[in-house]
Design a protein. Structure first.
Length: 77
């Protein structure tokens, strides 16, 4: 995940990366939080799987937050 985000910020020159995942996918949410993503909102009952409705968690990360979180290991050179 760090390598993918680094690619977005360093090679594609993005300033912000946003993603969404289903609320019950707790492992993914923890993974994204470890990289530095923060929850910015939820879309209530946005996904219908079978007969169940689930919220979608929206998260984002800014380039400056990613660089400060990781130090120089993935920063631009």
């Amino acid at each position: 995940m760090k390598l993918l985000v680094s690619y977005g910020f360093n090679l594609l020159n993005l300033n912000s990366i946003m993603l969404g995942t289903i609320l019950f996918n707790e492992r993914a949410i923890r993974c994204y939080q470890k990289v530095g993503f923060k929850e910015i909102g939820r879309r209530r009952q946005a996904r219908l799987i079978g007969k169940e409705k689930y919220d979608v968690v929206l998260m984002d990360l800014l380039a400056e937050e990613f660089v400060s979180l990781l130090g120089n290991s993935f920063a631009k050179t």
